[in-house]
Design a protein around this ligand. Structure first.
Ligand SMILES: [Zn+2]
Ligand SMILES: [Zn+2]
Length: 398
């Protein structure tokens, strides 16, 4: 009798063991499928990069802002490495925004203009602090700026609310209106938002720097623009883009996630003068931001024409003015679409590579250009490729 019980116990044990083995195998199988799927997707997006857009002879100067060097406690790259990677990424300038300090002088390194500035931690949030009049090192002086929000708002400097929609260091919206602008795109914050949302595929995609991962950022960008649209409509306000780069893997590609294009700048090759010039142009809003991983936007020119004047972006003009958007290249990107906003509302859209649109209404306008990129598995998705700053049309004085 006992033997029979023992035997049935044994069989039960064996059955349990067998079932455990089956469950283990099943888990392993599911994991393997998931891994293979992830691998396939990653390979797919590695092998289908976005077709880069040919360069033109336009005098375009492009770079990345909000880069952290070893002077930041949470970064890994020397300025030498950063400028080398920036050169490799096709950038001509980088703006260093180390935490609460500006330890170096402007200079050219690896043919890249290095512009040391600072990122201040204030009670409102992090602020990119760019001073065109004072680009020399500030050591102890900048430390006392720490947490002094008001200091960073003087008219002389350019203050940008950094990563306003970051999960961990959001910028207080009550203070937002007091800055000159905010980062509509901030790659590191996007990266962490994705990482902690446990969307593994997006995470892997981001590491692969594929356009696929950028589709994940799109929805976040949308929310951030909606949240601050009110501020945008109230007064001249800048849309800035920062890589918030801390020097982790895929570095040259990460540096060009968000690029700043300065269409009006011709370098004099004197680091100090050039640095001051770059910050002045940024302060005037005469730049546009592009998602550099999607392609090169050097072929684009956007300007405003009033009477016989050609005015740059971020400007004030009288009605009627004419907006010119020209893609100076026969290879326009797939799904190219120009959207012009007036007071935050879509004013008109066009797929033309040459646009001349008369603007008769007063108020603020800005231009977004979207393109199509491969979506998850099949199909395509529209993604904003270029953001410009608002320009303002005022009534004609009689
Ligand atoms: Zn920050
Ligand atoms: Zn930062």
């Amino acid at each position: 009798m006992n033997e029979a019980v023992n035997n049935s116990k044994k069989t039960l044990k064996i059955n349990i063991l067998k079932n455990c083995l089956k469950i283990k195998q099943l888990i392993l199988f599911v994991f393997l499928i998931f891994f293979l799927l992830t691998l396939c997707l990653t390979i797919k997006f590695y092998l289908t990069p976005f077709k880069p857009i040919a360069k033109t002879s336009l005098a375009i100067f492009k770079g990345a802002a909000h880069v952290h060097s070893l002077y930041s406690h949470d970064a890994t790259q020397t300025i030498n490495n950063i400028s080398q990677d920036a050169y490799q990424a096709g950038l001509q300038f980088i703006i260093l925004n180390d935490h609460n300090t500006r330890m170096e002088s402007p200079r050219y390194e690896h043919q890249v203009l290095v512009i040391p500035q600072a990122e201040l931690s204030t009670q409102a949030g992090h602020i990119l602090y760019l001073d065109p009049n004072n680009t020399e090192p500030l050591r102890d002086e900048t430390r006392h700026l720490h947490s002094n929000f008001k200091y960073s708002l003087t008219d002389q400097i350019l203050s940008i609310a950094a990563h306003p929609y970051s999960r961990y260091t959001p910028f207080d919206t009550d203070y937002l209106n007091m800055t000159h602008g905010y980062e509509v795109l901030s790659s590191s914050s996007d990266f962490y938002n994705i990482l902690y949302s446990w969307r593994l595929l997006f995470f892997l995609g981001y590491y692969g720097n594929s356009p696929f991962a950028l589709t994940a950022l799109y929805s976040k960008r949308d929310r951030s623009v909606d949240a601050y649209q009110q501020v945008l409509n109230q007064r001249p306000y800048l849309l800035f883009c920062g890589t918030d780069d801390h020097g982790f893997i895929q570095h040259p590609a990460r540096l060009k996630t968000y690029e700043i294009y300065l269409p009006t700048f011709i370098p004099e090759k004197t680091a100090l003068t050039d640095s001051q010039q770059v910050i002045k142009i940024l302060k005037e809003g005469q730049y546009f931001c592009a998602l550099g991983l999607l392609g090169d936007a050097s072929a684009l020119s956007i300007s405003l024409h009033h009477e016989n004047l050609i005015l740059p972006l971020g400007t004030r003009a009288k009605i009627p003015s004419t907006l010119h958007v020209h893609w100076n290249n026969k290879d326009i990107p797939k799904g190219y679409k120009v959207v012009v906003y007036h007071q935050g509302q879509v004013f008109f859209t066009s797929h033309d590579s040459h646009i001349k649109q008369v603007l008769n209404e007063i108020g603020n306008y800005r231009v977004e250009i979207s393109i199509e990129i491969p979506d998850l598995l099949f199909g395509t998705r529209e993604l904003t490729f270029i953001y410009t700053n608002p320009f303002y049309l005022e009534p004609e004085i009689l």
